[in-house]
Design a protein around this ligand. Sequence first.
Ligand code: NG6
Ligand code: CA
Length: 513
Amino acid sequence: MIRINLNHKIIPGTLGILSLAVTACVNEKAEEKPNIVIIYADDLGYGDVGCYSSNTLITPNIDLLAYHGLRFTNAYCTSATSTPSRYSLLTGEYAWRKAGTGVARGDASAIIAPGRTTMASVLKKAGYSTGVVGKWHLGLGPSSGADWNGEITHSPLDIGFDYSFLIPATGDRVPCVYVENRRVVRLDPNDPVKVSFTDPILVEPTGKDHPELLKMHPSHGHDMTIVNGVSRIGWMSGGKSALWVDEDMADTITARAVKFIEHNRNNPFFLYFATHDIHVPRLPHKRFEGKSGMGPRGDAIVEFDWSVGEIMKTIDRLGLAEKTLIIVTSDNGPVVDDGYIDQAVELLGNHKPAGKLRGGKYSSFDGGTRVVFITSMEGKIKPGRSDELFSQIDLLASFAELTGQSVADGDAPDSRSNLSALLGKSPSSREWVVEHAVNGRLSIVKDQWKYIEPGPGEKLYKHVNIESGNDPITQLFNMKTDIGETKNVAVDNPLIVNELTQLLDKIKNSETP
Ligand code: NG6
Ligand code: CA
């Protein structure tokens, strides 16, 4: 049985014909089993790529993908930071329903329990080879912690992925090693990895005590163990032969992603390619140095664009363009100074990382969660632009529909198929999206309205210079006439405020497994 979303926008009298048509179409699609590639950028802003009308940065590959595909203007990730967005993407459950899904430490244990239904397990059931390459940031290992020197259990391999090649947490958190399937890559057993986020391991110098050893200095935080001339969050020692080189990271993971595609060219595959770019520390490869004129942040965007190009080229070269759905999007919105002195602020010039949106990463304003979102499948997705409302939470159920899979009630509780909109075939079946800020505050977007829950908290996150969206009074914005959320119209529209408050309450209280 295919779960088809019947919650929204049913025109009376057409249901029978509509569902017949949808079923026929789904069966046909299920047979085709298109490959699926999600390229998930880190901290890429709505205004950071050329095709989202940035005239300040050149991103030819992403622009080409958008030219041949569908560029969404109204698509959202679920949260304004990484771990919760990724959790929601993979499980189809809003992270704010589950404790322990905030920005994860580098030694966090697995947040998604082994055996749980995920996007990967659904596609695996559909006969796909499933792989994840890049930033994980959803914890590894049992509650006692991952065994970095042995078999790493409670990993993507236990929730539906056949292959994984991971940056365990983030580029700025230890351990600074890659994990391939269940093992740290290139680890010398005589030099075991030790990791701590509570008690300093002072075998290696720290950024705090030895700033003279740094090639990039922290602006806030990030002053613990130094790896590759960059101090990180957390302490580590050992694993010398396994340590990554930041400048080679995009090359390393892109090569793994390409290899995964090549290896699976003859069977349906799902690749979740989560880049480190453009997260801090921004240390793109030398060949991208100076390419943007904006310092490492801009150069990291150029590097990200290169990675996207490599994936596109591989798919073309293997003749898979007509049967591969490619999605390019981001885990959350942009931040300029996120903790390292890398000239991002000084060299920004006229560039607007969030485009016309207010706020950015961490924020309740749309800059936090409205993201670049492009879908492409040659001959299957009509090129153009879509202003339809879309949420990453719906990708799981949409892929289930695309591949003829059912998702049991209670699994992926917040994911509803919005496949037709994803493929640009019909209007969105999603009437609202919920946004989740770093401090847990929720907002809701419906029709032209955006409502932000009132609550305490600073208005400006000073260390990152981002407006938080916090306000003790209710905020309501008309996104049609005021995309930059500049004029609070809550007082003039009490009925709308009332409707959206109630709707958000209902969503919050809806049953979960
Ligand atoms: C913050 C880090 C920031 C970044 C963020 C997570 C400090 C001072 N700041 O705590 O640099 O790592 O966490 O970013 O440590 S995310 O995109 O992975 O959510
Ligand atoms: Ca992020």
